[in-house]
Write a protein that binds this ligand. Structure first.
Ligand SMILES: [Zn+2]
Ligand SMILES: [Zn+2]
Length: 273
């Protein structure tokens, strides 16, 4: 398989180990994206731990890029346990938002400090480079990356990754009804998007920075997205509730006359792109 993406963590908020959730997966946000042998890692939730172990088992150190959407626990919680960072020969480019809460490096340093964690960032033997992002596009290897602000507490970014006429968007935390950047979704090949709530839950949680699956599906249809992955599942949603969600998506698509191919993001799922 040449270019692919793989979901290593699909939960929002916190990891879950409840038996009724594990078909969908219990680890928090992490997606591996491989484009022409370049490795991109989208967020460093607990899913990144198993990804790191796989990379180590492959043997040869390499260069990789980690793009962080923001610094809520569920997006960085796996980083202190990401083994390649501790091993000489690996080179890791970190990208993430800057802001009032501190620079990218300060934020990572703070997470790995006493009394929260026994090892600090000086224990890392890999070569690390930190790139703080604003809202302008950059070229990384053979891809064009456009970070953009989304509707979520603090400075939170979504990412549009383009190469060779293709576009993938990673938008893990976003209250889509209030977001101003949905135009970027237009004609996307793949959209990975927040779908944390059922509509019945949303009224209690409006303004918290997350979307209902309905609003996400409607926006994807309106933007002519080809493939939508519902992502950032609520930790309290069981496999059977998420199955129910997918059944409702099918009726919603029929009602709206939408063509989008919609799937649940499931831990371990690999998609050729
Ligand atoms: Zn989150
Ligand atoms: Zn968040």
């Amino acid at each position: 398989m040449n270019n692919y993406l793989k979901f290593w963590g699909v939960r929002g908020s916190h990891p879950t180990t409840y038996p009724g959730n594990l078909k969908t997966g219990g680890n928090t946000a992490c997606v591996e994206l491989v484009i022409e042998n370049r490795m991109f890692i989208l967020d460093a939730g607990t899913g990144i731990i198993s990804l790191g172990n796989r990379l180590i088992s492959e043997g040869t150190p390499r260069r990789l890029a980690i793009f962080l959407s923001h610094y809520h626990w569920d997006h960085i919680h796996g980083l202190p346990f990401f083994v390649p960072a501790y091993v000489a020969g690996w080179e890791i480019d970190f990208f993430g938002p800057g802001g009032n809460e501190g620079s990218l490096e300060q934020v990572i340093r703070a997470q790995m400090s006493a009394p929260y964690f026994p090892a600090d960032i000086e224990e890392w033997r890999s070569r690390t480079n930190m790139f703080e992002l604003n809202d302008s596009s950059l070229t990384y290897e053979n891809t064009r990356i456009t970070p953009f602000p989304v509707h979520h507490p603090g400075h939170t970014l979504g990412y549009k990754i383009e190469w060779d006429g293709k576009a993938i968007l990673y938008v893990p935390d976003n209250e889509i009804e209030y977001s101003h950047n949905n135009a970027l979704f237009k004609n996307a090949d793949i959209l990975i998007h927040d779908s944390q709530y059922f509509p019945s839950e949303y009224e209690q949680k409006r303004g918290w920075g997350h979307s209902t699956y309905e609003a996400t599906v409607r926006s994807a249809i309106a933007a002519d997205v080809k493939n939508l992955f519902l992502f950032h599942h609520d930790p309290n949603h069981s496999d059977s509730q998420l199955e129910e969600m997918m059944n409702s998506v099918e009726s919603l698509k029929e009602k709206e006359g939408g063509q989008v191919n919609c799937q649940l993001a499931v831990e371990g799922l690999t998609v050729e792109i």
